[in-house]
Design a protein around this ligand. Structure first.
Ligand SMILES: [Fe+2]
Length: 189
């Protein structure tokens, strides 16, 4: 990734570091919006319609976030890449692990997906302290929304004591198994 210019007042080397980190966050958000739709299509069982319909506004919001980051990369003088092959080749995580599965199973797995996205956004925010506060501000605004969406997911997994049913799970399949309730719970791959 090279550039002939970046925004005024930003050293070119810093601009490049910012653009590279933003490309990583763009990969994450493009992957997330497809994963959210995949869940929207494959979720089954009790509370289907609530979960199915909860996800579409998240897709729309995450899609808008990816547009913001891609245009920020271009504004900085670099090339945002949004092709599926590039994302698959450069991401640091595996494809989402569930196909058709129950609502609680998908939500337990999605909680882990959001944990990864939110933690990586926060790491980028901290990195940008010394690089670019304008890009940092974009990620801060997005994190507020992403953390809210994760709460929407977690609220389905939480009991009256505040415990998350899939607490401690480290894989999507493992998280799904902690909340599996039999019928409607097939479909892992
Ligand atoms: Fe739909």
């Amino acid at each position: 990734m090279a550039s002939k210019y970046t925004v005024p007042g930003l050293e070119p080397g810093k601009g490049q570091k910012v653009a590279e980190t933003l490309q990583g966050r763009l990969n994450s958000l493009l992957d997330l919006q497809l994963t959210l739709k995949h869940i929207h299509w494959n979720v089954v069982g009790a509370n289907f319609i609530g979960v199915h319909e909860m996800l579409d506004p998240q897709v729309d919001a995450v899609r808008a976030m990816s547009d913001t980051l891609a245009e920020r990369i271009a504004t900085l003088g670099f090339e945002p890449v949004g092709t599926p092959g590039y994302i698959a080749a450069h991401r640091t995580w595996d494809d989402y692990s569930l196909n058709r599965a129950g609502t609680q199973e998908h939500l337990a797995a999605l909680d882990l997906v959001y944990s990864g996205v939110v933690a990586d956004h926060r790491a980028a925010i901290i990195q940008f302290d010394d690089l670019d506060l304008v890009s940092q501000d974009l990620l801060i605004a997005q994190s507020e929304q992403l953390e809210l969406f994760q709460w929407f997911v977690r609220a389905h997994l939480e009991d009256r004591s505040g415990r998350i049913a899939s607490e401690g799970a480290s894989t999507e399949v493992g998280a799904a198994e902690t909340v599996s309730s039999g019928p409607g719970s097939a479909g892992t791959r």
